[in-house]
Design a protein around this ligand. Structure first.
Ligand code: COA
Length: 101
């Protein structure tokens, strides 16, 4: 089971059972929350990212959270879309937004 352990404000360690598999955090840039996530190399592509993203968004107090990914970063784009993020048109980078329901 994938769980998040909060470390400090807007920062969580990601666990798969008892194993730490990555980290996820939200930073506010110009008043807007942006989420970033890193899954350890050997644990990528197993569906952990999308679960962690959704959980972190829900546990945070934000209504709207942005994720900016490089256009070539297929894994992060797929994980974000699977977590409920929607793409917003943007000039250079790919930007996605999660909105609390
Ligand atoms: C991006 C990242 C957080 C995604 O987490 P994850 O646990 O690997 O994501 P998931 O397994 O939930 O989903 C990834 C999807 O991308 C696919 N994928 C994974 N690695 C891939 C790769 N190298 N190339 C193409 N597709 C890939 C998976 O098969 C899965 O596709 P699916 O939806 O068709 O099943 C993780 O891969 C990572 O930490 N990467 C390095 C750091 C990084 O780029 N962070 C993002 C900064 S915004």
């Amino acid at each position: 089971m994938i769980t998040l352990r909060k470390d400090k404000k807007d920062f969580w360690h990601i666990y798969d059972g008892k194993t730490r598999v990555g980290k996820i955090y939200i930073k506010t840039i110009d008043g807007t929350p942006h989420i970033n996530m890193f899954i350890n190399k050997g644990q990528q592509g197993k569906g952990i990212g999308r679960i962690a993203l959704k959980k972190a968004c829900k546990q945070s107090r934000y209504k709207r959270i942005y994720a900016t990914t490089r256009k070539g970063n297929v894994a992060s784009t797929k994980a974000a879309k699977a977590a409920g993020f929607k793409e917003v048109p943007s000039a250079r980078q790919r930007q996605l937004v999660w909105v609390r329901r």
